[in-house]
Every structure is written in C-alpha cells, then in structure tokens.
Design a protein around this ligand. Structure first.
Ligand code: PEP
Ligand code: MN
Length: 356
C-alpha cells in the first residue's frame, strides 16, 4: 500500500537550484540532501518525505525562497491523483469538444499499428463516421518478439498527421521511450504510455513534464496492482507539476491482467472502474481489445466496462482485420465498431441513470 507519509514537492528555477535548494533543505531541518527522504527529478524538482505534516509557516517560507517556482505540500499520504472531497472528477480535454471524463463515454479507435498513409486515413474517416471522437494508432509498437513488426516510427507519425488533417480527429499514439517524446508530443493530442512501460518511472515523469503539456493515457501494467497503477500515475502528475501544466492531464486505461486463463489473452479487471473512481480524480477508460485477443469477445468486455463506469473505450479497428500487420485477430471491422459504439452509449446512459 501507498505510504501515509507527508510530502513536499518543490520546483526550482534551473539557474538557482544550488542556492535555493540549500535554503529549502535548511528550512526543512534536514542534515543533508539528498538523504533517504529526498529525491530529485531531472535536477529541478525535489520531493521530501516527512512522517508528520509540515507547519503551514514552513511551507509558506519554502514557497517564498528566491529561486523556488512552486512548492506543494501533500499532508498525510495525500497524493496528486486523489480526489478532493466535494470537487468533481477531472475532465481531460483532447481538442475542442473532445473530452474524457464528461457525461458521455468517449470512443477512441483505430489500428493497432499505422501501416501506411492510405490505411490510417481510411480508418480515421471510417471510425469517425462510426462514432469515434479520437484516432489511435501506433507508430512505435511494443512487441514481445524482436522479430515482429515494431511500427513505422517517424513516418508513422507523419501518416497520423495526414489522418488528423483529413478527419479532424485528435490523435492518440504511444511513446515507447523518452527519446520518442518530442516527436510523439508534437503529433499526439494524448501520449499513450503502454502496459509494459507502466513501471518506467523516468518515462512517466518525462511524459508528464514534456513542455508541450499533452495529456497522457497511462495503461495499467498487466501484472500491476491498482495501488502500483496509481503510483505510476503519480509520476506523470508530478512531471506535470514540475513543468507547471494545468492539473487535468492524465487518463488511466484498464487493459487486462495476466492471470492463469489461456483462453483469454488477458483478464479485464472490471472492478478496476468503480474502485479507481472511488480512489482517484482521474478518468478511467477501458481497452477491451487486448484482453479479448479475439474480436468476438471485444463487445461483451467493452459493454461490461461501460456498465461498470468506464469513461470511454480504446478499441482496435481495421478495414480488413485479417490483413492487419499487428493484432488483426482482435481488430473489429467498421460495422462491428459502429454497432458497439451505438450500444455502449445506451449502456452508459443506463449505468449512469440518465434517460436512454
Ligand atoms: C496497444 O495499445 O497497442 C498496446 C500494445 O497495448 P498495451 O500496452 O496495453 O499492451
Ligand atoms: Mn494492439
């Protein structure tokens, strides 16, 4: 479980780090820094854990040290991802009118991987017409085997730009590594961080701290507890705090766990939706495609997720699934996606107690 320690997070102006941090460390009464309670992130953010909450005067004095840009006190195990009592949950905005965490579920759809300009442009137009409000497609693909197709890389990103120009859909695409962040953030309206990277804390922090401030879609590691998932989200939120980006900016994605059942690719954790909603202010969407592993299971998992409170769906769709270069077995054809989007809206309204 997450510790109940109090934390102060202090962001320094780069040119003033040495002098200002010495003053902050003195105000905190630390013998030296770093010690076991301090941690630096990319040289300008310092977090310090304390058993007890700090006095408000200490926090104010730290905030007033010249060279300190921001200081935030998180008392008694409080975290950035926690919901403030009485305040609504986050709504993450991808583009004009496209939001996640609002009244209606948001559908994000597209191919597992970008294969060509023509492929991704056609899919974009089709999924838009079928009810999607954002396009997903991988230019950098995490693959289990090093001999499988790993994505088109930079040209895949260019084709996503074309697909956005044609369809107007905002783009969701994955950064596999910190070295991809500049190129991905330039193109993406939301940066996807994959299941296998949920434990890559450097990437999590840097994705949040990227100067373009794009929201991050964080997928749950397929053997991660919910607590570990939320601590991973905390790295992204801390990155956003370090860079001074406005608060709503992280969307969680439940995408299934590796259990003992080999008839399913992964086991979707339906309980994650209500539990995460109770614990965090972040929107939570479902990826029903990767746990299903086969297209016939996608709709039941998607509908169950929406019924359990998912704020949206991330669905793999292809024009000719049998021909897809990656994950074709679980891709929905256009008509099946259209039908799923229609039914998911009805299920969401029912689950939320709205008139159908
Ligand atoms: C994907 O979304 O294409 C993907 C590889 O998902 P995950 O990181 O959840 O395995
Ligand atoms: Mn895939």
């Amino acid at each position: 479980m997450t510790t109940a320690a109090s934390v102060i997070a202090v962001v320094f102006a780069p040119e003033a780090v040495a002098e200002a941090s010495a003053k902050v460390v003195a105000l905190l009464g630390l013998p030296h820094c770093p010690d076991r309670h301090c941690r630096w992130f990319d040289g300008t953010l310092l977090t310090v854990q304390a058993e007890r909450a700090l006095h408000e005067e200490t926090v104010a004095a730290i905030g007033a040290v010249p060279g300190v840009r921001r200081a935030l006190h998180l008392p008694h195990g409080r975290r950035f991802h926690h919901r403030t009592h009485g305040l609504p949950r986050d709504v993450v905005r991808l583009a004009d009118g496209v939001e996640i965490g609002g009244d209606e579920p948001t559908f994000i759809a597209g191919p597992c991987s970008v294969e060509s300009e023509q492929q991704v442009c056609e899919i974009a137009m089709q999924v838009k017409e079928a009810g999607a409000s954002a396009l997903r497609g991988g230019a950098f693909k995490p693959r289990t085997s090093p001999y499988e197709f790993g994505g088109l890389g930079a040209s895949g990103l260019e084709y996503l730009v074309r697909a956005h120009e044609k369809s107007g859909l905002p783009i969701v695409t994955e950064a596999l590594d910190s070295s991809h962040l500049d190129a991905v953030a330039e193109v993406a309206d939301m940066i996807q961080l994959g299941s296998r990277n949920m434990h890559n804390s450097t990437l999590l922090f840097r994705a949040g701290a990227h100067p373009l401030g794009k929201p991050v879609l964080l997928k749950r590691g397929f053997s991660a507890s919910l607590d570990e998932f939320l601590e991973a989200a905390e790295y992204v939120l801390l990155g956003r705090f370090a860079a001074g980006h406005a608060a709503p900016g992280v969307v969680l994605c439940e995408r299934g766990l590796r259990l003992f059942d080999d008839l399913l690719r992964f086991s979707l954790d339906i309980a994650a939706f209500p539990v995460l909603h109770a614990r965090t202010r972040l929107p939570v969407i479902a990826d029903p495609s990767h746990p299903a592993g086969a297209r016939e299971f996608v709709a039941p998992l998607a509908l169950a997720s929406v019924a359990a409170g998912a704020d949206g769906l991330l669905v793999e769709v292809a024009g000719d699934p049998a021909d897809a270069w990656c994950d074709g077995r679980q891709c929905l054809p256009y008509d099946a996606f259209r039908d799923l989007a229609r039914r998911a809206k009805i299920v969401a309204r029912t689950a939320r107690g709205a008139p159908v």
